[in-house]
Design a protein around this ligand. Structure first.
Ligand code: ATP
Length: 247
């Protein structure tokens, strides 16, 4: 594993309910400071891959049955989801899991649990509001009343408060209008540039994912079938036909 690799998934297999095998020897890595995208059709196993990394599989009766996952050089097979958050790995789940009954600001405050001994930077909330001015305007409002796009912003804002070294992002474009998708992805790129946080981005929308990611992996039926720097992938004929809708 290279010294600057923050996440290294090596040949993992994942099984749900002890019977349904979903990942079949999947390997991928994320270099520190980079945005890496994981693409694939519905049901290929993208969300499962993220849940394997953040130790959330057990909540769904799933398990990594072979292979290894290393975060920041350490094997995380036995880590708990909370332990991983405290170590700097933050998973922004599909469907924006926010606390709907709490205000926007309370949602952000709740994410400080992840800091453990690291201490909140005095500028952390300002930084979130700088990226997402709309959250500032609505900071005293109930999060459940936010629009879908604003909820996605809040979910990413919570990740920023936690000051992680790696963010797992599951389909941030889901259900958003094209204009909002563009806005959110441009902010994702700025966050990566400004803070140096590494990101593993799962997406269905290949065009926007390629626009921000440095490197991409394409998976089918539980394993990687193609990978490369995004500037190379966008020139690949199969990728253009099947993922970008061009010929
Ligand atoms: P999508 O883009 O539709 O979200 P995905 O690539 O993220 O798809 P996963 O959600 O990882 O795919 O699902 C991969 C396969 O695992 C699917 O066939 C799905 O039905 C199955 N699966 C996912 N979660 C569970 C579970 N908790 N129990 C059993 N099977 C599951």
């Amino acid at each position: 594993m290279a010294a600057d690799t923050i996440l290294d998934i090596n040949n993992i297999e994942v099984v749900y309910n002890k019977t349904i095998q979903v990942l079949r020897g999947l390997s991928l890595s994320v270099e520190r400071g980079r945005i890496v995208t994981l693409l694939g059709s519905n049901g290929a196993g993208k969300s499962t891959t993220l849940k394997a990394v953040s130790s959330l599989l057990t909540l769904e009766n799933g398990a990594v049955t072979s292979g290894s996952i290393r975060f920041d050089g350490e094997d995380i097979a036995r880590a708990t989801p909370h332990g991983l958050v405290r170590r700097g790995l933050f998973h922004v789940m599909e469907g924006r899991r926010i606390f709907e009954d709490l205000t926007v600001e309370e949602n952000l405050t709740a994410a400080t649990f992840a800091l453990s001994g690291r201490g909140l930077k005095p500028t952390a909330f300002d930084l979130v509001y700088q990226y997402f001015p709309r959250l500032y305007e609505r900071r005293q409002g109930r999060a459940g009343y936010l629009s879908g796009g604003e909820q996605q912003m809040l979910a990413i804002g919570r990740a920023l408060i936690a000051q992680p070294s790696l963010i797992l992002l599951d389909e941030p474009s889901l259900g958003l209008s094209p204009i909002l998708v563009e806005e959110i992805f441009s902010i994702i790129a700025s966050i990566n540039r400004d803070t140096g946080v590494s990101m593993l981005l799962v997406e269905q929308n290949a065009a926007v994912a390629f626009a921000v990611a440095h490197y991409g992996y394409i998976m089918e039926s539980g394993k990687i079938v193609l990978d490369g720097p995004t500037e190379r992938l966008v020139r690949d004929e199969d990728v253009r036909e099947f993922y970008l809708g061009m010929s």
